[in-house]
Design a protein around this ligand. Structure first.
Ligand SMILES: Nc1ncnc2c1ncn2[C@@H]1O[C@H](COP(=O)(O)OP(=O)(O)OP(=O)(O)O)[C@@H](O)[C@H]1O
Ligand SMILES: [Mg+2]
Length: 258
């Protein structure tokens, strides 16, 4: 089993929440699985959801900033290639939790910087994915990173949408853009989050209209006040009770993938 699963969709639809629920599911279901979580969203922090404070200097961007400084001060040996240096900095940035690792990309300082981090991301996924059984990627909202082909090596793309026109639109655009730039995902899986059962048809019909063989509807998760509350008071979402109805539904959805 080697999977690289990326969560995408419009801003605020529940990408990070679903990633953490999947992480919880994987940790409960499998022993000794090497799991890496890559937080590639510069505007959010997966650490917030799991009660782990991550400082800028621990992020890839943070390490790169220090590296730039060293290069300017000519503190880097001349016989080492730029790629080798970046690689070693990436390994430095791995944050080890008890049962999984996190790589926090962080926000670049200045507009040019995040772009270079974005480019680095492609290589990082290549390098790191070899060492893990499962890589979960929290993508930034929107389309830009698909256009940049950051998701090139992803096996399963999960697109999350809420019951909104913009959510559906972003879902469809992600699929179109991925096709345009030739990103070949094994599976594209659509999840409706905070989605009432009685609106289900509206989503399944839209998904059926997408004529790509690898696209399918995975299921719905309801709005759950317990999840909102845990987020609001800063509780670790991995500690959502296993009896939670939403978690049980999430497990059913995920078991169809892994
Ligand atoms: N099923 C749900 N029930 C109730 N609240 C939810 C549910 N899913 C997500 N939320 C809440 O919605 C908010 C946004 O969720 P989340 O941060 O996971 O979205 P996101 O897509 O990662 O957002 P961003 O684009 O900003 O990264 C959070 O406060 C989260 O707790
Ligand atoms: Mg997020």
């Amino acid at each position: 089993m080697k999977k690289i699963i990326s969560f995408s969709g419009k801003g605020g639809v529940g990408k990070s929440t679903l990633l953490v629920l999947m992480l919880k599911y994987l940790l409960e279901k499998f022993d000794n699985l090497d799991i890496l979580v890559i937080d590639a969203d510069p505007d959010a922090n997966i650490g917030d959801l799991i009660g782990k404070e991550i400082h800028f200097k621990e992020t890839v961007s943070g390490k790169m900033t220090i590296l730039k400084d060293k290069i300017q001060k000519r503190q880097i040996p001349l016989d080492v290639s730029k790629d080798q240096i970046i690689e070693s900095e990436v390994f430095e940035a791995l944050i080890e939790m008890d049962d999984f690792d996190i790589l926090e990309m962080g926000r670049g300082e200045g507009s040019g910087c995040y772009c270079s981090v974005n480019n680095t991301l492609k290589r990082i996924i290549d390098i790191l994915s070899k060492n893990y059984d499962i890589v979960l990627i929290d993508s930034p909202a929107g389309l830009e990173h698909f256009a940049r082909k950051t998701g090139r090596n992803v096996t399963d793309l999960i697109i999350v949408t809420d019951p909104s026109k913009m959510g559906f639109h972003t879902m469809e655009r992600i699929i179109e853009v991925s096709k345009e730039v030739n990103l070949l995902f094994e599976n594209i899986l659509i999840v409706g989050n905070r989605f009432p059962e009685d609106l289900k048809n509206l989503l399944t019909e839209r998904v059926e209209n997408i004529k790509e063989r690898n696209v399918r509807f995975l299921g719905l998760l309801p709005n759950d006040d317990e999840i909102s509350k845990m987020n609001l008071v800063g509780e670790n979402l991995l500690q959502l009770p296993s009896e939670s109805k939403t978690y049980k539904t999430a497990k059913e959805l995920f078991s169809a993938i892994i």
